[in-house]
Design a protein around this ligand. Structure first.
Ligand code: ATP
Ligand code: MG
Length: 553
């Protein structure tokens, strides 16, 4: 048995507990965890928390972590989701020791169910789901025994065998554990462990017409894989006695310890595959990888790096108390990463033409700009300057408000890395909209301060003669309510302005070679990522995050 290294990561109660288990030589000092998704959707940021916890814990203690697909609900599961989950786990930076499917265990699970019947711990119930529900009782009232509860072992064996053989209609019978209808814990009131469903399974096809329930499947799957610490979210705390009951009543050696932790809840979004699937289906978003989605696919397309998501999971920690995490916490993780790593570029999202009247037509010069202000090793690039340029429409005001630092009629501003210009005249179209700014450059100001004048503002710009066109997508929170789950129909809480498309953006020429997932800081405008929709002729960028936290204001 190898001793774990002294953990460097932040403390959490699960790490403490496992360290104590190892010290006490529990499980021979071995640690085994698993990430057990149901393949019914794409992983989201909540799953990232569980992935980082399960894989991270195993790694920290030299243990093993399995990827196990919990595929017992064939209606909603598919191979598409299996592949996506596996890919996303890898993208996030983790590798499983083994990959399993709960459906691999269908035969064994059937055997355990049969053994429970023979030991008098399970019975076939002919009642409908509604009838069974009506007898469950409540928190204050005990449930009622099923009239079929005392069937003989022989009858139960025959009926369960016939259930498997397909002799009964869907929903006409179930197999239930025989525990205690008066238990104060409702999950122990003779829970259903098998139902009849004639649905093709993504792996077993039509081999089975009965499927085991989650509570029965999960604990046994954990035990078969010799998991030591079965980490799950708090809503399963009430199910823990059932988890233990099943393992105590079947013939299996391993008995993993279930440990619950709080789910991640993130403001202004939803982390539920069911709800995310509904958004995809209704067309409210453009697929599972829409950059507004809290899915790993969406976040990846938006420009989040795996490291930034792992950092987020580390920062939020693992506790037993439900809490809401602000979006700003997540954004800070990617902002720090991109501030350090994203090369700087200039792009004008909402352009207005500037004509430098004293600059000769047809002339062009190359200026050198650093790719990163602090990281010399990232090198320089050349950007062209000529008579016609673009600046941001917002960076000009005909009548400037007090303390205005950008370009105003009659005022001066520095073009970043270039000359100081003065705006002499404004050209408008018939509707009165400003279409062009006629300016003069002070040719003595390249890289030097202008003599005797104060020029406060610096604006970004792009040479019109070499600019490349782009579409730039600006994202905001997906919902306008911090807790969309609190609204009766969560789709009514969608933010109508979660996507603003700038179709006429102009980018510096060096961006022409950008390919999808390349990240940049567009000076003064935020961090951007080249989108998968980009083609040779049309660049598309997603704004990953603004330069500063605009949420907390
Ligand atoms: P969803 O409602 O989105 O389908 P789920 O819990 O049903 O969530 P599973 O596929 O069963 O999804 O989840 C796989 C693992 O991820 C489980 O161990 C589950 O507890 C964990 N998980 C899911 N959502 C979160 C979350 N928001 N925070 C932390 N862990 C989560
Ligand atoms: Mg689920």
């Amino acid at each position: 048995m190898s001793q774990p290294e002294q953990p460097t990561a932040a403390a959490n109660f699960i790490r403490h507990l496992i360290r104590d288990d190892i010290a006490a030589d529990k499980n021979g000092g071995r640690v085994g965890t698993r990430f057990p998704p149901e393949p019914n959707g794409y992983p989201h940021i909540g799953h990232a928390k569980s992935i980082c916890l399960n894989f991270g814990t195993a790694k920290e203690f030299n243990g093993k972590c399995n990827l196990r697909f919990d595929d017992t609900n064939p209606e909603k599961e598919s191979d598409e989701f299996v592949k996506a989950i596996a890919e996303d786990v890898r993208w996030l930076g983790f590798e499983w020791d083994a990959q399993y499917f709960a459906s691999d265990y269908f035969e064994q699970l059937f055997g355990f169910a049969m053994a429970l019947i023979k030991d008098g711990f399970a019975f076939v119930d002919d009642q409908s789901a509604d009838e069974i529900r009506a007898q469950r009782g409540s928190l204050t009232e005990p449930g009622k025994d099923s009239p079929f509860r005392n069937r003989s072992v022989k009858e139960n064996v025959d009926l369960f065998t016939a259930m498997r053989a397909g002799e009964f209609e869907d929903g006409s019978k179930v197999l239930r554990l025989k525990i205690d209808m008066a238990s104060p814990n409702i999950t122990l009131r003779d829970p259903v462990i098998y139902r009849i469903r004639r649905v093709d399974h993504h792996r077993t096809g039509d081999a089975w017409c009965i499927y085991p329930m989650y509570d029965f499947t999960h604990c046994i799957s954990d035990a078969i894989e010799a998991i030591t610490h079965s980490l799950c979210t708090l809503e399963f705390a009430d199910h823990r006695p059932l988890y233990d009951w099943v393992l105590d009543h079947i013939d299996i050696e391993c008995h993993p310890q279930q440990i619950e932790f709080a789910r991640l809840a993130l403001e202004y979004t939803v982390v539920s595959k069911r709800k995310l699937a509904a958004l995809v289906k209704s067309g409210a978003v453009d697929g599972w990888d829409d950059p507004r989605m809290p899915t790993l696919r969406g976040m990846r397309r938006r420009g989040f790096s795996p490291a930034s998501i792992r950092l987020f999971c580390e920062r939020i920690g693992v506790t037993r108390k439900d809490s809401w995490i602000e979006m700003g916490v997540l954004e800070d993780c990617i902002r720090g990463d991109l501030n350090e790593n994203a090369p700087r570029r200039m792009s004008v999202l909402d352009p207005i033409k500037v004509v430098i009247q004293n600059y000769p037509e047809g002339q062009r010069e190359q200026l050198t700009m650093p790719n990163h202000p602090q990281r010399e090793e990232l090198g320089d690039r050349e950007i062209s300057f000529s008579r016609e340029l673009y600046i941001e429409r917002d960076d000009f005001a005909e009548v400037p408000p007090p303390k205005y630092k950008r370009l105003a009629l009659g005022g001066e501003v520095r073009l970043r890395g270039s000359y100081v210009i003065r705006c002499d005249e404004v050209v408008k179209d018939e509707s009165g909209e400003v279409v062009e700014l006629l300016c003069t450059a002070d040719m003595a100001t390249l890289g030097v301060k202008p003599e005797g004048r104060k020029v406060k503002g610096v604006v970004h710009w792009v040479d019109a003669t070499t600019a490349v066109d782009a579409e730039v997508r600006l994202y905001d929170r997906l919902f306008s309510n911090p807790n969309p789950n609190s609204v009766e129909d969560f789709t009514t809480a969608l933010n109508a302005e979660s996507l603003i498309i700038m179709r006429k953006a102009k980018c510096e020429a060096s961006l022409a070679s950008a390919t999808s997932e390349d990240v940049f800081q567009f000076e003064r405008m935020g961090y951007f990522c080249c989108d998968t929709d980009s083609t040779q002729n049309r660049l598309v960028f997603n704004r990953t995050v603004t330069l500063r936290d605009t949420w907390s204001s």
